[in-house]
Design a protein around this ligand. Structure first.
Ligand code: 3PG
Length: 306
């Protein structure tokens, strides 16, 4: 029987695992679970004899891919695939896929949730502020960005977006104002919600100069990747501007220092939890197992990213 490894250091909800098992076994596959593993070695052993692997932010390095002697496909149950060594996958004839859109609403809800949490002084009982009529800049208008716009509309925010890869008319159809540059987005918006991937172009791109364009009472919300932030630049800016807040679902390397210095202006989730809902896990998990079956049975490469 062909094996599919579900390797999730941060496990899916129980219901998601049950659905993956059901769909997999009905198609004649054995589902092998490796949850909350603590060493790379656990993953290297588990991947040895499987045809397919489902991961989340787990790192599919060259070493892991090469350890998978029978491995034909890796599906990242989620959006960002910066955790897969795509070159190593290609070199070893392994197809890499993601499941775009499946966990996006969960991430968007967290982004808005963090904005409310901060606006209300982290629920400290003192007088706070509201999101209505505040300007929100959505940096990259992909699946998560679209949900952020939809929810923010309900809050009555003024919404702007910048995304050079999405047609202006597509964004405008959602009632969102399009700006022509990153700089203009940051200059215009009190709130910025980041939804860019981490790649060679974007790493460290959210830097001091760009952030300093933001108006008074600036709030940067990061549910994307920590690597896109120039952490030194952010620290310098927060030292200079006592009106600047940073809320992130991916704690920066200097998280402890930032918390110590700016307790009332930073918030970091204890563990990346944007996509950590039963719904998102079920959607992404089902998509992942279905994509594996479609590829192994019919050669369907629709969501291939390498
Ligand atoms: C994604 O890229 O899909 C999100 O960052 C979620 O990542 P996670 O599956 O590790 O929670």
């Amino acid at each position: 029987m062909k094996k599919v490894l579900v390797a999730t250091e941060k496990p899916f909800a129980k219901e998601a695992v049950e659905q993956i098992k059901k769909i997999g076994s009905e198609a004649g596959y054995e589902i092998v679970l490796l949850e909350k593993y603590s060493t790379v070695n656990d993953l290297l052993i588990a991947v040895t004899d499987v045809e397919a692997m489902i991961i989340r932010s787990d790192k599919a390095t060259r070493e892991v891919i090469e350890a998978g002697k029978k491995l034909k496909i890796i599906v990242r149950a989620g959006a960002g695939y910066d955790n897969i060594d795509l070159q190593a996958a290609t070199d070893n004839n392994v197809v890499a896929m993601n499941t775009p859109g499946q966990n996006s609403n969960a991430v968007a809800e967290l982004a808005l949730g963090m904005m409310v949490y901060h606006a209300r002084g982290f629920f400290n009982g003192k007088s706070g502020s509201e999101l209505r009529n505040k300007s929100l800049g959505i940096h990259a208008y992909g699946n998560v960005g679209r949900y952020v716009a939809e929810i923010a509309k309900g809050f009555g925010m003024k919404i702007y977006a910048f995304d050079p890869f999405v047609e202006k008319t597509t964004i405008e159809k959602d009632g969102v104002n399009v700006v022509d540059s990153e700089k203009e987005l940051y200059k215009t918006c009190q709130y910025i919600s980041l939804h860019i991937p981490a790649n060679d172009k974007t790493k460290n791109s959210i830097n001091y100069n760009l952030l300093n364009e933001m108006p008074k009472g600036a709030v940067l919300v990061n549910t994307a990747r920590k690597e896109v932030i120039d952490e030194e630049g952010l620290l310098k800016l927060m030292e200079e501007r006592n009106d600047f807040a940073y809320l992130s679902d991916i704690a920066p390397d200097n998280a402890e220092l930032l918390k110590e210095k700016f307790a009332d202006r930073v918030f970091f989730t204890p563990k990346k939890m944007g996509a950590q809902t039963a719904e998102a896990n079920i959607n992404a998990g089902i998509a992942a197992i279905n994509q594996i079956i479609a590829f192994l049975e019919k050669g369907d490469t629709k969501f291939k990213v390498n």
